[in-house]
Design a protein around this ligand. Structure first.
Ligand code: ZN
Length: 158
């Protein structure tokens, strides 16, 4: 079978748009097209979340219209947009911010509780104190199944 080169480029354009980090941040909104006249791939999207690097220039709802050569597109895809992702990460975009430096505070035991759920997912969750497990082992549900840890909760007045 002889593949049409332009057909491959259209597929490349679509794949490029799909794999582009802006597309992943705006699912289903970025499309790729191959322009046979210019020989370039255009990715287009509108109503996007603010541009990760130029928020003031391109706030929420901006329109993306970006050209790239097929060769560049293939290169970007081969390294999974490494340079671009690094730029976005450096700018703290897309939740790639460095984690906050946190410290630990002692909390009164009665202000923290663990929530367990039944493996059947039909019974009611229970809450136990943080030291419950040490003293009693894994909580057992009324239906006799072992329960599974779901989360901890802390008491607050807000
Ligand atoms: Zn149960």
């Amino acid at each position: 079978m002889i593949k049409k080169v332009s057909g491959d480029k259209h597929a490349l354009a679509e794949a490029y748009a799909k794999q582009h980090p802006l597309s992943q941040e705006n699912p289903g909104k970025v499309r790729g097209f191959y322009n046979e006249d210019s020989g370039k791939i255009t990715i287009h999207g509108s109503g996007l979340k603010a541009h990760p690097l130029r928020r003031s220039q391109y706030p929420n709802g901006w329109e993306l219209d970006h050209d790239v050569t097929p060769a560049q597109a293939q290169k970007d895809m081969a390294n999974n947009f490494k340079e671009l992702r690094q730029k976005y990460a450096d700018a703290g975009a897309f939740g790639d911010k460095k984690p906050l430096k946190l410290k630990w505070l002692k909390a009164p035991t009665d202000m923290v509780r663990s929530v367990y759920g039944c493996e059947s997912h039909r019974c009611k969750n229970v809450t136990v104190t943080p030291d419950y497990h040490q003293n009693n082992g894994t909580p057992v549900c009324d239906c006799d199944r072992d329960m599974v840890f779901l989360r901890v909760e802390i008491a607050t007045n807000f």
